[in-house]
Design a protein around this ligand. Structure first.
Ligand SMILES: Cc1cc2nc3c(=O)[nH]c(=O)nc-3n(C[C@H](O)[C@H](O)[C@H](O)COP(=O)(O)OP(=O)(O)OC[C@H]3O[C@@H](n4cnc5c(N)ncnc54)[C@H](O)[C@@H]3O)c2cc1C
Length: 456
């Protein structure tokens, strides 16, 4: 097959914004894959050939039709904050930057319709003055796009009230463009949206979406210290179950993890476990009673909107930001992702702490799953070898704690462990040649036509 003439592609796509500069394209071909030493080794040389930044849905359609005709792979990109190499173009080709599709379209009765490239913080800049906020957001609220979150994320700050992206009702509609000779524009509603949620953009480009928002509260930040991680975890559970207390975040850390939170360290008692919480102003009194009952001591508080000091918003120490703080201090650290669930989930946490101690400093994110409280374990891990990493993962799986492996870029191996038949069936209809983000969906093999050859 003929190699691609990239300057020719650039000229053909004009006036759509395209960049061929190698350094910039390389930069825009990367995400936070380097969180994982395993992915770092495998993906560090990956780069696309051309960055294309459409400014309208028509330009997306034109780009896809053009790339389909020439069998050029297309990998969509929001802000590139994914941490499993989701947005990296394994087979080169076009990196499709959706960041210019950033319009806030409407807000009616608490339902927002927006373009996919809108940053989460900018979305809330529109909705908060009207009293509405995101039901939940990743800790990358300031940088990530809403389309990238839906296509590559799972949950975050607010999941203790509303669950995750795949909980029914959290995404109402998606507008998706297919990768075909004549790209179609599909409006997915109801259960159909699951086909494209957390599919890494392998089965369509999301251009617009509709999500229900939550009534905004003034969120009060608090850190509670405990003698040990067991007490802190029990408090996390009690707060999660406290129906009368409105909360948005319950993150628990042992000292091994909290020691890396540099800007807030002067407030943290050395050696203690801590819970970082966001509580509605109206729930403060009940919250401090509950903390006292659980043997905790409030060591830091900040009123809603009072972020004038050096300390970033508390949520920027939580979820996948925790690993970032640790990596800033020690490049050998990586992390795990497992679920502690079931009636004995606090025991499971205690067993994992006893088994691995400071090899995997404990980090818990309390969440709601199908109506009950559970905790994601995002333990840090002092990385020794890939073999040891997978020994620990095998131990967790055997102990009844399913692991969403953050050291793979393969969609099915990361979380679901099985092929999602609905996503696969949708892929066969929307991208039969396998040109969208190729190499990420293990269950799919292209019907025909290999992708175009890259020039040397
Ligand atoms: C410090 C840090 C903290 C994080 N915290 C969280 C967290 O709390 N919760 C969480 O779930 N994740 C978290 N993540 C992962 C990541 O931030 C989220 O998944 C984020 O929302 C991704 O948004 P993005 O715009 O950066 O997407 P990208 O990284 O650019 O893309 C993510 C995936 O979606 C695809 N994609 C992007 N846009 C589109 C589109 N319009 N149509 C189709 N496919 C598309 C990409 O190809 C890629 O596969 C964190 C990551 C970091 C580095």
């Amino acid at each position: 097959m003929k190699a691609i003439d990239w300057p020719g592609v650039l000229a053909d796509l004009a006036p759509i914004e395209c960049v061929a500069d190698r350094a910039l394209v390389r930069q825009k071909s990367r995400d936070f894959f380097w969180y994982s030493p395993v992915l770092n080794e495998r993906l560090k040389a990956v780069r696309g050939d051309l960055l294309v930044s459409p400014a309208s849905e028509d330009e997306v359609v034109r780009t896809l039709a053009y790339c389909h005709a020439r069998r050029i792979p297309v990998t969509p990109r929001g802000a590139g904050t994914g941490n499993y190499g989701q947005a990296m173009p394994l087979q080169g080709g076009v990196v499709l930057d959706l960041g210019r599709l950033d319009r806030f379209l409407s807000l009616e009765d608490g339902v927002a319709r927006v373009q996919a490239g809108l940053k989460l913080g900018d979305l809330e800049a529109h909705s908060l003055p009207q009293g509405w906020e995101l039901r939940f957001h990743p800790s990358t609220r300031r940088t990530a796009t809403i389309g990238g979150f839906i296509a590559g994320g799972s949950g975050g700050v607010g999941s203790i009230q509303f669950g995750g992206l795949r909980s029914r009702g959290n995404v109402l509609g998606l507008r998706v463009i297919t990768m075909e000779e004549k790209p179609r524009v599909l409006e997915l509603r109801g259960e159909e949206v699951m086909q494209a949620i957390h599919a890494y953009g392998t089965n369509g480009i999301i251009t617009e979406l509709e999500i229900p928002l939550a009534r905004a509260w003034p969120w009060h930040e608090a850190v509670v210290a405990f003698d040990d991680i067991g007490r802190a975890a029990s408090f996390g559970n009690a707060l999660g179950e406290a129906d009368g207390i409105t909360k948005k975040l319950i993150s628990v850390f042992d000292w091994g993890a909290a020691q890396y939170f540099k800007p807030i360290l002067p407030h943290l008692p050395a050696g203690q476990a801590v819970a970082l919480c966001l509580i509605a102003d109206a729930s403060r009194e009940a919250f401090s009673l509950l903390a006292g009952d659980g043997g905790g001591r409030i060591v830091f508080e900040r009123a809603a909107g009072d972020e004038a000091d050096e300390i970033p918003p508390l949520y920027e120490f939580t979820w996948n930001h925790t690993t970032l703080w640790a990596l800033k201090a020690d490049r050998t650290i990586t992390y795990l992702q497992c679920l502690f669930d079931g009636p004995d989930y606090l025991d499971k946490i205690a067993r994992a702490v006893a088994a691995f101690g400071d090899e995997t400093p404990m980090h818990l994110e309390f969440t709601r799953i199908e109506g009950h409280v559970a905790a994601f374990g995002l333990q840090l891990m002092r990385f020794k070898s890939e073999q040891r990493l997978y020994e620990v993962i095998a131990w967790l799986e055997a102990a009844g704690c399913p692991v969403a492996d953050p050291h793979t870029f393969i969609l099915e191996d990361g979380g679901m462990k099985t092929i999602d038949e609905a996503q696969l069936a949708f892929k066969r209809q929307t991208d039969p040649l396998g040109l969208l983000n190729p190499g990420k969906m293990r269950g799919f093999s292209p019907a025909a036509c290999p992708v175009a050859e890259r020039p040397a």
